[in-house]
Write a protein that binds this ligand. Structure first.
Ligand code: NG6
Ligand code: CA
Length: 528
């Protein structure tokens, strides 16, 4: 080869190689899904909150796409998380309601999940934070002193660092991969739902010594001055302080991203903020003026800041899609006297919407939802309807991973809408639920410029304890109809005037429940 030709080849290679690399990279960007806990539509300043500031999440929204019709699929934690991971409506499967402390793994090994599909596509996958989807064999439950499996590692995660249940439930220990971290075998961990001895201190017997009092339930074993749901003994060296959870999860997440900076990675950062017991780190106390609930949101915002700063530092920001979402709407008194209601002032946690956690009103399931992918997602606001249940099919499509038949049956490929592709549309219908597989359902259906919302109430809940639960369960008609465009607060029931519409929507909802999903074919081509 003549020297001039060689130079030409080298010059061309220098110009074309980075472009080729970029094209290669953009098919498999890193994926960070940040899921907040009990965070409502109006809880962030970028969604209209004026009584607290969330600058890091606001920045994410400014740099990305902020959805005004972003949903989680349930108004409680376990079913939303089940659906997010499996792409299946939780109401199809018994045992998918709020998981108790000793729940076995709810998602069976072999189930295709967002993590297993991304792993097949070559991703390093991790879940860090709250799990609340059970651990251990069916019918057996978690072997706290032995191997904790099956769990996340059996459904597609390469690694996990977990709060096993939710922090108002016992035990307060970290689970790293298959084991309780720092467990001393000479001090075994016992977890149960019966008081282990007459002298075991509880929130009832030692109420005056608690650092945060309980308001309902949450009065069993005490740890860190806070009484919980359920009992446990032992495992003292393994126990954490509630105040340190966020810091620990950020530490682990930063390590994970750093270690995998040269490979595609999927990080499910599963925050506990702002679920009860709200006990953020001391440095956040008093930072919101809304009490610990607001302070926990400030802590969540800090976490988002740390995650995005890490992406910047590692030079990964342009090659990472970040999704921010919540697992259900807000609740004020969820079992502890933390002044959330007393200090609420003008704050509207559900934004303009009615209801919250436990309810199928919009406040229960319509939540903050942001996607950011600089260079690919044009910043803006989208009114397209998207749901956490769609992330599985959409992200599988993004990375070109085929979804086997029978998997992710209710997850729509909405990659176009999620990335703001011009002309791409979101869902035209969505079913939401409160808890369990026999609970209340909601059905949202877009028809022209109308958005119909049907509520179907099947039973009354036994416990009527929170304002949100009261709203969700105070005597309601079996079928209620609203039109969200003209009545976003669901204040004007239409069922008595529009019996035909009610019947048609109920038929459609029942068809979906009974026959499986009407899975949208990959209508929007992935952005490649
Ligand atoms: C409820 C708890 C509530 C909370 C919720 C789960 C009582 C009275 N209430 O049963 O405090 O733990 O379960 O929340 O115990 S979730 O966000 O994880 O779904
Ligand atoms: Ca939750």
């Amino acid at each position: 080869m003549r020297i001039t030709n060689l130079i030409l080849v080298l010059v061309l290679a220098t110009i074309l190689l980075p472009t080729a690399l970029r094209a290669q990279q953009s098919k498999t960007p890193n994926i960070v899904v940040i899921m907040a806990d009990d965070l409502g539509y109006g809880d962030l300043s970028c969604y209209g909150a004026t009584e607290l500031a969330t600058p890091h999440i606001d920045k994410l929204a400014t740099q990305g796409l902020r959805f005004t019709s972003g949903y989680c699929s349930a108004s409680t934690c376990t079913p939303t998380r089940y659906s997010f991971l499996t792409g299946n409506y939780a109401f199809r499967t018994p045992g998918t309601g709020i998981a108790p402390p000793n729940s076995p793994a709810i998602i069976q090994p072999g189930t295709e999940t967002i993590a297993s599909l991304l792993k097949k596509a070559g991703y390093q996958t991790a879940v860090i934070g709250k799990w609340h989807l059970g651990l251990g064999e069916k019918g057996v439950g978690p072997d706290w002193n032995g191997q904790l499996k099956p769990g996340p590692l059996e459904i597609g995660f390469n690694e996990c660092f977990l709060l096993p249940t939710t922090n108002d439930r016992v035990p307060q220990v970290y689970v790293k991969d298959h084991h309780v971290l720092n467990l001393d075998p000479s001090d075994p961990l016992w977890v149960g739902n019966k008081k282990p001895s007459d002298s075991h201190p509880t929130g009832k017997t030692h109420r005056s010594a608690l650092k945060m009092d309980w308001s309902h339930g949450h009065n069993s074993t005490i740890h860190n001055g806070i009484s919980r749901i359920g009992f446990y003994t032992g495992g003292n060296a393994a126990r954490f302080r509630d105040e340190d959870l966020a810091d620990k999860w950020i530490e682990k997440s930063v390590k994970f991203m750093q270690a995998n900076k040269d490979k595609p990675f999927f990080l499910f950062f599963s925050s506990h903020d702002c679920h009860v017991p709200r006990m953020p780190h001391e440095r956040f106390h008093g930072k919101s003026g809304l009490g610990f609930r607001g302070d926990a949101i400030v802590q969540l915002d800090w976490c988002v800041g740390e995650l995005t700063k890490t992406l910047d530092r590692l030079g990964l920001t342009e090659n990472t899609i970040v999704v921010f979402c919540s697992d259900n709407g807000p609740v004020m008194d969820d079992g502890y006297k933390d002044d959330a209601l007393e200090k609420l002032g003008n704050h509207k946690a559900a934004g303009p919407y009615t209801g919250g956690k436990y309810s199928v009103f919009e406040g229960g399931c319509r939540t903050p939802f942001i996607t950011r992918w600089p260079g690919t997602i044009t910043p803006g606001v989208s009114d397209e309807m998207v749901c956490t249940i769609d992330l599985a099919a959409s992200l599988a499509s993004m990375v070109g991973q085929d979804v086997p038949n029978g998997a992710l049956t209710d997850s729509f490929d909405l990659l176009g809408a999620l990335t703001g592709k011009p002309g791409a549309v979101g869902r035209d219908h969505l079913a939401v639920q409160d808890n369990g597989n026999k609970g209340t359902l909601g059905f949202i259906k877009k028809e022209g410029d109308k958005i119909w919302k049907l509520h179907e109430y099947k039973k009354k809940r036994a416990r009527n304890v929170t304002v949100e639960q009261k709203l969700a369960t105070s005597v309601r008609e079996p079928l209620e109809l609203y039109e969200l465009t003209s009545d976003p607060t669901e204040a004007k029931p239409l069922q008595s005037k529009m019996a035909d519409k009610v019947q048609n929507l109920a038929k459609e909802l029942h068809g979906l429940v009974e026959a499986g999903s009407t899975r949208m074919q990959r209508a929007q081509p992935a952005i490649r």
